[in-house]
Design a protein around this ligand. Structure first.
Ligand code: NAP
Length: 309
């Protein structure tokens, strides 16, 4: 059972800025997903089933996969973890993916990135059956997304669109600047914001490491989405007053102040940018939690055969 707290505005003493509260929205949406999962169980006798493949012992990957598994169980999904040491060969990994593709009890497969250097991540991504590709990274899903056809949408951009919807943020006609062009976040995000739908209908600028004078673009953004992996890269002088700011960055630093032994920082200098923005996501407690929702919703859609029959 999930208890949704009202949307809080605990920064309002500073400005009229509203926090885009990933904790609140994700708990609310998990409640809805759990209801749908229970319906599937009642109708079919089985739970939506996500399999995660984890290679090696990268600290960040361990944390993300554990969180995905925990959240699956919390909404009534079945989750399974397949683990390999980082010495696994590309052939062994591909053979496992092919085996998982053929297993009728599995609705979604994710292979946690990054992979060791000797394994080609593109080969692995393309080996996953696109009908089970709940990370939405397969070229078939990316192409279908670009054409506005039913597809699995990459989990982080999907989660961000759900967040924008939840807060009824107007996007049509706005200038959306995305900083970072990765295949998993920046590029698909830019496509989603340009599509002829809601959220979307933005005029989109996609910036990256070869963009000269990034500030001249970010300063013009009504909606600024940052995914580059550089702590506090976006400073207050780079943000238009009243902008909506979405911070995807997850920069882990060792810390003695936390139980986990590390502290997370975003790509945006939250303390100084928050007072001039209209809406902003915190790190942690923002986009990261919504990414899990994107993954859960894709897995649910797969179990319901909503995207592919
Ligand atoms: P990535 O694959 O490393 O891509 C980084 C992108 O940022 C690249 O397009 C790069 O440009 C660009 N970039 C790097 N330095 C730049 C600079 N100084 N100015 C402008 N652009 C610059 O990263 P990613 O996988 O998208 O992840 C980005 C961040 O988001 C990381 O902190 C990651 O941990 C986090 N993340 C969070 C979630 C979540 O759920 N919250 C999910 C995924 C990722 P080039 O293409 O020119 O190299």
């Amino acid at each position: 059972m999930y208890w949704a707290s009202p949307i809080t505005n605990h920064q309002s003493q500073i400005t009229n800025m509203q926090l885009l509260d990933g904790k609140y929205v994700s708990e609310k949406l998990k409640g809805e997903i759990a209801i749908e999962a229970a319906k599937i169980l009642k109708r079919t006798g089985r739970k939506p089933h996500l399999v995660a493949v984890l290679v090696g012992h990268d600290g960040g990957s361990e944390t993300y996969v554990a969180s995905k598994m925990r959240n699956c169980e919390a909404v009534g999904f079945k989750s399974s973890l397949v683990r390999y040491e980082s010495t696994v060969t590309e052939e062994e990994l591909l053979a496992k993916v092919i085996e998982l593709n053929a297993d009728a009890d599995i609705d979604g497969i994710i292979v946690q990135l990054p992979l060791p250097k000797h394994i080609d991540p593109d080969k692995v991504t393309e080996c996953i059956d696109y009908r089970k590709d709940v990370d939405g990274f397969h070229p078939i899903n990316l192409g279908r997304m670009q054409r506005n056809l039913p597809s699995f949408i990459p989990a982080t951009p999907y989660g961000i669109t759900l967040m924008l919807k939840e807060y009824n943020i107007e996007t049509s006609g706005k200038h959306c600047v995305v900083v970072g062009r990765s295949n998993i976040v920046g590029s698909p995000m830019s496509i989603l914001m340009a599509r002829n739908t809601y959220p979307g209908n933005c005029t989109v600028t996609l910036c990256h490491s070869r963009t000269p004078d990034i500030k001249s673009f970010t300063l013009d953004a009504d909606i600024l989405i940052v995914a580059i992996g550089k702590k506090n890269f976006i400073t207050a002088d780079m943000v238009k007053p009243g902008a909506v700011v979405i911070d995807v960055g997850m920069n882990r630093e060792v810390s003695t102040a936390t139980k986990s032994g590390f502290k997370l920082y975003g790509d945006v200098d939250f303390e100084n940018v928050a007072p001039i923005s209209s809406y902003i996501t915190p790190v942690p407690g923002g986009v990261g939690l919504m990414t899990i929702i994107g993954l859960l919703k894709n897995t649910l859609a797969s179990a319901n055969k909503e995207v592919y029959r």
